[in-house]
Design a protein around this ligand. Structure first.
Ligand SMILES: [Ca+2]
Ligand SMILES: [Ca+2]
Ligand SMILES: [Ca+2]
Length: 491
């Protein structure tokens, strides 16, 4: 195949953020006035409704998703007992790592043509859904690639680790595109659902017996859950590199985030996360195309809170809300408030601006969400480079952005058991507020494990008050500083 044919084929596959983020009008999120009203609607779902391809899915006590052809005119939407109706707004990755320049795209195709081996490697479809490996004993040794993690050194992590107890109790949910749970540097720290491990009464492995042994509503959920394909293998399905370069998608985003939160430290291989012994709960709601639905995000948030996560990492964005137009993703807001009510921290990427330029979340008509929601459990994180400059793409806000953390050219774990600071060779580096948030999520886990009696608000306050003040964050964030673990561990 020549480059031109490939490019033509790609032109159809390529879609911009705006196009992929279109609201699916066929799906609605409906809030009933009470859980009883919701149950009644489910019970009254008629054969005619089902025949019409419409269905109702319960999301929590009061919210349900109504989907299918002409769902808006469905009897399910006509109840007197409905409090609020909204679209199932699209959510997604906030970075687009694809090449934006057309000449460069052509050059890249030529490069690949001249190197058939590389072409073959990068067009092969990526792994999906490998079995979850057993947790094996972990070796002890220094992490040889730690020196490549400038951010880890910059925030004083190496010094802080000497003061922290090796405590595994804090679970951090990575609510993202999934996690490569087979990665040897992540596998030792994957959360293991105790209710789905061991053997059942019939002597079968609970992890694979097809039964919801712990009755949490999910079958065989050992390391988390996949809310895109609705199975218990939340693997980080990545888009092949050439498609990624030319059309965008998921480069293995969740795996990169997970590494900076809690790659296993001191195991003699690879890198270390900020919390070298925290547990990673993998919750996939973003597909290989780089986007997901509000309904899936809500299920992921509730799963995390209900199954023991204390910190949620949210390196993604929401669209569809505009205060001037009176539209609101109330379903998503209420899920975050649920986490707040349970004392769970919600660490969020502050957003990557518009067309590469960061903006002020305090004053923008469409500030980045969920980072800019007004809930006490949210820590909104801006991205810094190695010289303490605010990344040019990074959003900021004296009132709504809380702290800065490393987010430019960030090295971490990537899918297929690798490590990198580049999602696409020659073209893109891993950078964004998506990479900054995991440093703060890891810091929260490290501090909380060391101070288990602290409340969510105390952990947040400790992180903000221990930030080192830097000029680039002055007037641009609540703490006016960047994350510092040495100060934090003294708190
Ligand atoms: Ca279960
Ligand atoms: Ca089971
Ligand atoms: Ca390691």
């Amino acid at each position: 195949m020549n480059a031109l044919i490939l490019l033509a084929a790609l032109a159809m596959a390529v879609s911009s953020w705006a196009q992929t983020m279109e609201i699916k009008q066929t799906n609605y999120l409906v809030k009933f006035k009470s859980s009883r009203a919701l149950m009644e609607a489910v019970r009254k779902t008629t054969m005619a409704t089902k025949m019409a391809g419409q269905k109702i899915e319960v999301l929590d006590d009061q919210w349900a998703k109504v989907s299918g052809k002409a769902a808006e005119s469905s009897a399910l939407m006509q109840s007197q007992n409905i409090e609020y109706i909204q679209p199932d707004y699209a959510l997604g990755l906030i970075e687009d790592y694809s090449e934006q320049d057309n000449d460069a795209k052509t050059q890249w195709m030529e490069l690949m043509q001249n190197d058939p081996e590389m072409f073959a490697r990068s067009t092969k479809s990526r792994n999906d859904n490998p079995a979850i490996p057993m947790a094996t004993p972990v070796k002890i040794g220094t992490d040889p690639l730690l020196s490549k993690q400038w951010g880890m050194i910059d925030i004083g992590a190496t010094q802080a680790w000497t003061q922290a107890k090796n405590n595994q109790t804090i679970i951090v949910a990575v609510i993202d595109s999934g996690v490569d749970y087979t990665h040897p540097d992540l596998l030792p720290n994957m959360w293991r659902n105790v209710g789905e491990t061991g053997t059942d009464a019939a002597g079968r492995d609970k992890a694979t017996n097809g039964i919801d042994d712990d009755r949490n509503g999910y079958v065989d959920d050992v390391v988390g859950y996949d809310f895109v394909s609705n199975d218990a293998l939340p693997y980080d399905k990545a888009t092949p590199v050439w498609q990624l370069a030319l059309g965008g998608g998921n480069p293995g985003h969740g795996t990169h985030c997970a590494g900076n939160i809690a790659a296993r430290g001191g195991n003699g291989i690879g890198i270390s996360g900020v919390a070298p012994h925290a547990q990673i709960m993998a919750l996939r709601f973003i597909s290989e195309k780089g986007n997901g639905e509000t309904s899936a995000a809500i299920k992921a948030i509730r799963y995390a809170v209900d199954n023991g996560a204390k910190v949620l990492n949210n390196s993604w964005g929401s669209i569809g809300e505009n205060a001037a137009e009176g539209t609101q993703n109330r379903a998503l807001r209420e899920a975050i408030q649920y986490a707040e009510s349970k004392g769970v921290l919600f660490v969020a990427a502050a957003g990557n601006g518009f067309r590469g330029r960061g903006y002020d979340n305090d004053t923008a008509n469409a500030p980045a969400y969920p980072a800019s929601y007004p809930y006490s459990n949210i820590i909104s994180v801006a991205a810094l480079d190695a010289k303490d400059n605010l990344g040019g793409f990074s959003n900021y806000g004296a009132k709504t952005v809380h702290i800065g953390a490393p987010g430019v050219k960030i090295f971490s774990t990537v899918v297929d058991a690798k490590y990198s600071d580049r999602p696409i060779p020659f073209i893109a580096v891993w950078e964004g507020t998506s990479m900054a948030a995991p440093h703060v999520a890891g810091a929260a886990a490290l501090y909380w494990a060391h101070n288990p009696t602290k409340t969510m608000l105390e952990v947040k306050e400790a992180i903000l008050s221990s930030a080192v003040k830097i000029p680039s964050m002055k007037g641009k964030s609540v703490s006016e500083g960047k994350l510092n673990l040495i100060n934090l561990m003294k708190n």
